[in-house]
Ligand binder design. Sequence first.
Ligand SMILES: N[C@@H](CCC(=O)N[C@@H](CS)C(=O)NCC(=O)O)C(=O)O
Length: 217
Amino acid sequence: MITVLGRRNSMNVQKVMWTLGELNLPYRREDVGGSFGYPPGYPNPMQVVPTIRDGDLVVWESNACVRHLARTYGTGTLWPDDVARQAQADMWTEWQRSDISNAFFPLFTGLIRGFATTPEKLERGAKESGRLFGQLDTWLQGRMFITGDTLSIADICIGAMMYRYMTMPIERPTLANLASWYHRLTERPAYRRHVMVEYGRNPGEWAQREQENAGIQ
Ligand SMILES: N[C@@H](CCC(=O)N[C@@H](CS)C(=O)NCC(=O)O)C(=O)O
């Protein structure tokens, strides 16, 4: 049984939950982080979520958690079994953690969570996110998913952002391949269950949704 420590409305936790759902693995999730705080002895030195326990092994850093689960339980599916596709999955997973996160997180936290920002920063974040997602749109031409015909860790790490990117009140460029890919994600039961979690429009609604999601597995 895998234990996930992390609140349900965290995008980084959602990556892990979605992975578990795709792999059909049994799990237990505990509410940690945000308004739930951190229990004594929480085994992540960074004091952030998610953290997973898989037997005696503790893993933190969301993309490392996704990789661990995919390599251990999803080789040939979420972790492709040929080296070219592994490299592509890795490449885009790194891109999620670096380029697109740098553009998207200040936009999301400024617009929805009430973190300090300015209209100029929000505009820049939306423009830069649109530009970067445009690169992914080009890559997706002729591909169902990021590494080909089947879902991989790259789709999970980037796709976990997409629900928010596509539903936030921001300007988005028209990107047909990206929109089709997103639509394919929304048809997956594990995506609907773990990622398409309403997050509210402001800090008050965010806090309310966080509590409403307490205890949901
Ligand atoms: N690089 C880390 C970032 C983790 C992170 O910053 N998580 C956020 C939630 S998405 C967090 O823990 N925020 C503080 C909190 O919820 O208490 C990862 O990918 O796991």
